[in-house]
Design a protein around this ligand. Structure first.
Ligand SMILES: [Zn+2]
Length: 617
């Protein structure tokens, strides 16, 4: 976020365990303290959905009396806290261990006290532990705690879908069949088995598989497994029957049904022949979608993410988030970007939802798409692609439509987050924002901002437009981006250091599952080394764009918080903010940069609640 630290991998303040220079950052704002109490009481005792009006009245009356009483008591106790800086009955949890706060006023701490999800004290162990009562839970953390990682651009249901699908990459045929058999045994009778990533290059002999091999392990389940490149699918006989693919079915245009000597289909559908099964694969139900979201959120907690920005969701997904929240089953904070006509119409009529459930869910932004992706030459370029001189990419939204959405969104207080990858799409987004008179306090975002000309860099700063970047793309871009744009434009691609130097506000995300990895450790590694999640290329791709560990961490914590209007609540560990943190196996400031990707997640905590603990897993 443009904040400077002299260099990477140094202890931010030269903190010394023997030093007595800790300061406990205590609660001094009585009103904030009382309001926390009220917030907590209301969220814990006020009925969310009363069954009838009578109950509501009774409970609200009771709640109101209780609230007033407790507020008075709180005021007295809060005064006591301020004067003594010692005793408070209010620490429901105390975490003890090594904290890197990313707050410059107190960069390190030994303990943190939490009440009702927020940090009420952080500093030396002795001072924080003085806030413990007999009911305070003490949790010792092993490793180094940092402010919770956030992913500023991820596709939550897509991550769930990816997890549901069997991953068959790098497996032998026998291993694949064993995996399929296991899934067939454990899933509901007749349900579909899907997976992808197999490659006959790993098999001996290296030949395409057959439906009968799958039939032997799938029972009554239809099964469809796509090859690693997505250009062919291996199906079992049940799928061939459902899709009515027989010896009499002609090959479609641009497709091939592989057949044996008797002209019977073998179970391999190539290219457009895969379309023949599309109509028989069941569409995801509401329950499927909820399941995908749940397993994705669990995965995020294992990756150390405490907050995710879901980059484009409709009303159904938002309703799933609200249901999970109401049932207390939303483990990770979600900043949902509404997209599609129905969602945008609904929200323009009803206004933004700034904070649902103590910062667990917010819907106050729209996601738009201006162009496609660079790999498939869909990114909209001012000049033609170097490796396709007739092509300039795709314009997915016209300037007039964009300007209209910007106008409507601003009137109702919505942030606009536009997907723009090519230099022309980025420029069109900036032009529309400028035309609309967008100001820095509206914090409009360009998602990806993958190819930005030198002339456009300062325009981000002038309008306060946030670049929402995905550093893990360095992996795949290093393989073909220069072919697409040529040597003179490649310096505009995946700029990071240039954004920092120009003073552009940055928020880092992963775009997973559209990228190689959704793990924030991979993002950290890519930012600092300019290598892929797998550590390639050895010396980094355009390594002048590297940033140091401190900047990288702030792009993954404070950056996303700012880009979601949540910087007062998230992004650093200090009194008043939510107790969201991620515990790593070691301090990223201390490990050599080429070993950053070996760091592991030991614990993930959201609002003082442990949502992942490696020792329980
Ligand atoms: Zn995306």
């Amino acid at each position: 976020m443009g904040e400077e630290k002299p260099q990477a991998r140094v202890n931010p303040v030269g903190w010394d365990k023997r030093s007595t220079a800790y300061s406990v950052n205590m609660v001094v704002d009585i009103m904030k303290f009382v309001s926390q109490w009220l917030e907590w009481l209301l969220s814990n005792f006020a009925p969310v959905r009363p069954r009838n009006g009578k109950t509501c009245l009774k409970m609200c009356g009771f709640g109101a009396c209780g609230v007033v009483l407790v507020a008075l008591v709180s005021l007295r106790v809060a005064r006591a806290v301020v004067s003594s800086q010692a005793q408070s009955p209010f620490a429901d949890t105390i975490f003890i261990g090594e904290f890197v706060t990313l707050d410059r006023s107190h960069p390190k701490a030994e303990a943190m006290a939490v009440f009702a999800g927020r940090i009420i004290a952080i500093g030396s162990r002795s001072e924080v532990e003085a806030l413990a009562t007999k009911n305070t839970r003490k949790i010792r953390i092993s490793g180094v705690a940092l402010p919770g990682f956030a992913d500023a651009h991820v596709h939550v249901a897509g991550v769930g879908e990816q997890l549901e699908r069997m991953d068959l990459r790098g497996l032998t045929k026998a291993e694949i069949l064993a995996k399929v058999a296991e899934v067939a045994r454990s899933s509901r009778s007749g349900s579909w088995i899907t997976g992808g990533g197999w490659d006959e290059g790993f098999w001996h002999p290296s030949v395409f598989p057959t439906a009968s091999e799958l039939d032997a392990v799938t029972g009554d389940h239809p099964a469809a497994l796509s090859r690693i490149d997505g250009h062919s699918t291996w199906v079992n006989s049940k799928v061939l029957v459902l899709a009515k693919i027989s010896r009499d079915t002609p090959d479609p245009d641009g497709g091939l049904i592989r057949r044996n000597t008797a002209h019977e289909p073998t179970g391999m559908l190539i290219d457009n022949a895969q379309e023949l099964i599309r109509s028989v694969i069941p569409k995801a139900t509401h329950a499927d979608q909820e399941h995908r979201i749940r397993i994705a959120l669990q995965q995020f907690s294992r990756w150390g993410l405490t907050s995710v920005h879901d980059a484009g969701v409709g009303l159904e997904t938002i309703s799933i988030y609200k249901d999970l929240l109401e049932r207390g089953e939303l483990p990770v904070r979600v900043y949902a970007m509404a997209s599609g006509e129905a969602a945008m119409t609904h929200y323009l009529a009803n206004g933004p939802e700034l904070d649902l459930g103590n910062g667990m869910l917010a819907v106050r932004s729209f996601k738009l798409f201006l162009d496609g992706a660079l790999g498939s030459r869909g990114a909209e370029m001012t000049d033609a692609y170097t490796d396709a001189p007739q092509e300039h990419g795709l314009e997915l939204m016209k300037d007039a439509d964009l300007e209209q959405v910007v106008r409507a969104a601003r009137q109702k207080g919505f942030q606009v987050n536009t997907h723009a990858i090519g230099d022309r799409a980025v420029r069109r987004a900036l032009d529309a924002f400028e035309e609309g008179g967008v100001t820095p306090n509206e914090r409009f975002r360009i998602e990806h901002a993958s190819i930005v000309t030198n002339d456009d860099l300062p325009r981000f700063v002038h309008m306060g437009v946030i670049a929402s970047i995905q550093p893990v793309f360095v992996g795949e871009y290093s393989r073909w981006a220069e072919d697409r744009v040529g040597p003179s434009r490649v310096h505009w691609v995946l700029r990071t250091r240039d954004f920092v130097n120009a003073g552009v506000a940055l928020a880092a995300g992963s775009d997973y599952p559209a990228s190689d990895s959704g793990a924030p450790i991979a993002t950290l590694h890519c930012l600092v080394t300019r290598q892929s999640a797998a550590g390639k290329p050895d010396d980094g791709w355009y390594s002048d764009q590297r940033v140091d560990v401190d900047k990288a961490l702030r792009m993954m914590t404070a950056g996303p918080a700012f880009s979601a209007f949540q910087e007062k609540d998230l992004g650093a560990l200090s009194v008043g903010r939510y107790a969201d943190f991620t515990v790593l196996s070691a301090s990223p400031y201390q490990v050599p940069s080429n070993e950053l990707r070996t760091l592991t997640i030991r614990m993930t905590v959201v609002a003082g609640r442990v949502i992942f603990d490696v020792d329980d897993n």
